[in-house]
Design a protein around this ligand. Sequence first.
Ligand code: 4AD
Ligand code: MG
Length: 443
Amino acid sequence: TDPAKIKLGNGQDVKGTRVRVFGRVHRERRQKTNMFITLKDGYGFMQVILTGKLAATYDALTLTRETSMEILGELREVPQGAHAPNGRELHADYYRIHPGWHAAGGDDAITNRVSKDTEHATLLDLRHLTLRGETASKVMIVRDAVEYAFNVVYRELRLRKVSPPALVQTMVEGGATLFGLPYYNEEAFLTQSSQLYLETCLASMGDVYCIEKSFRAEKSLTRRHLAEYTHIEAELDFIHFGDLLDHLELVMCRVLEVAMADPTIKQYIMELNPEFQMPERPFKRMRYSEAIDWLVEHGIPNEEGEPHKFGDDIAEAAERKMTDAINRPIFLTHFPVEIKAFYMLKDKDDPRVTHSVDCLMPGVGEIVGGSMRIDQYDELLVAFARQEIDPSSYYWYTDQRKYGSSPHGGYGLGLERFLAWLCKQHTVRDCCLYPRYFGRCKP
Ligand code: 4AD
Ligand code: MG
C-alpha cells in the first residue's frame, strides 16, 4: 500500500515514517554521488536526498528547476549541524516524473531567478511565473490569511457579509475615475465602492460588510493606485464618530492577531518585514488642520509648490513624508467639506469640516477612508446640489433618509495597501495576483 500523501509545510512532523510527496523542484545540487533537491508545493519546502542509483538516472542527471515530481521515502531528522527546512529531510527510495511534468530547462526567466536588471515590464508580462518566486508566493499566502481574518473578526463583531453589485449606474467617489461600459441599451459603470449599497442594508440586516472589487480609472502611475482592487468595506448603524474610530482600530489589530496566530503566517510576515511591530492602540489622532500645521512647520509644500493652507488636498508625497516621519498609524480626521465626498456628515461644532477619517500607515500613507454619513434627507439634497450631482438616479439612496433614518458611518480599506504596509512591499502591484492599472490588463 502507498504511504500517506503529505504536504510539505509545518505541522506534518512524522519523522521516521514513510511518506509520499508531490512538489516542484525549487533548487537542486549535487554532492559526490548524492543529489539534494529542495522541493516546494505552496505549503512549504522539503529537502529530499537521492542516493546511489536514484541520483544517477537520466531524469536525475537532467533535472531542471520547476519540474514536478512524485517522491516516496522516509522522513528523517537532519544530522547535527546540517540545515534543512523544518529540520527534516526525505530519503527517497522511489520517485517519478510523470509525462509532461518536466519544466523547460535552461531558461531562467522564471521565479526569483530572474536577473535583477530584467525589464520591469517583462517581469509583469511574466507575472504567471514570477508569482512562483519566494517573495511573491509569501505575499499571496499572507494575503489569503489576512482576507480570511477580516471575515473572522467581522463575525466576532457581529457584522454580516453581503455582496453588492459591481455593475452600477451611480458614482460614489467622483466622476473622474469611473469606468463606463455599454449595458444593453443603457450606460453602466464598474463600481468605485459598495458603500452606498451597504448603507441600504443596515435597516434589514444590522451592521454589514463586504469584500468586493472596486474599480477606479486612475490615470496616474503611482505605487499605490490600481484600476481594480479589493475593497474591504463596512457600515455600522446607530453610532457616533468616536465609535467608528474605535471600531476601526479594533478591527485592524484583531485582524493582525488572528492572522499571526498561524505560525507560518507570522513567520512569513517577519521574513518579509523584519521590523514589523504590532501597532499600539489607541492610534495617534490628528485633525486635518493639525496636519496642515505640521506640513507648514516642516516646510513640505503643497502641489503648487506653496506652503499648505486650510482647504488644500494633502497629496500622496506630502502625506507619506508626514506619515513616515511620525512613523506610527495615524487617524487623520475632520477633513474640509470641499475636498471630501458628497455623503460625508458635517461636524456640528465646525461646519467647515466633516466627520471623516483616513488611516495612514508608514511607508504607504492612506490605507482606509471612512466617515459618518449625512442621515437627513434635506441636507443630503443640498450636498448633491453643491457637487452638481443629479440626485434622481440615487433615489434608492435618498429613500433611506425617508424611511427611518439613523446616525451611521463606515469605511473602506484597500486590501493591497494594507498588505503593502504589513509585508513592506514597495507597491500595491506586488500585493495582488495580476495587477491592473493604467496601461496594463494582462496576463
Ligand atoms: O478613500 P476611498 O476612495 O473611500 C471610499 O471609496 C469610501 N466610499 C469607502 C467607504 O466609506 N465605504 O477608498 C477607500 C480605500 C482607500 O483608503 C484605499 O486604501 C483604497 O480604498 N483605494 C485604492 N486602492 C488601490 N488602488 C486605488 N486606485 C484605490 N483607491 C482607493
Ligand atoms: Mg480616500
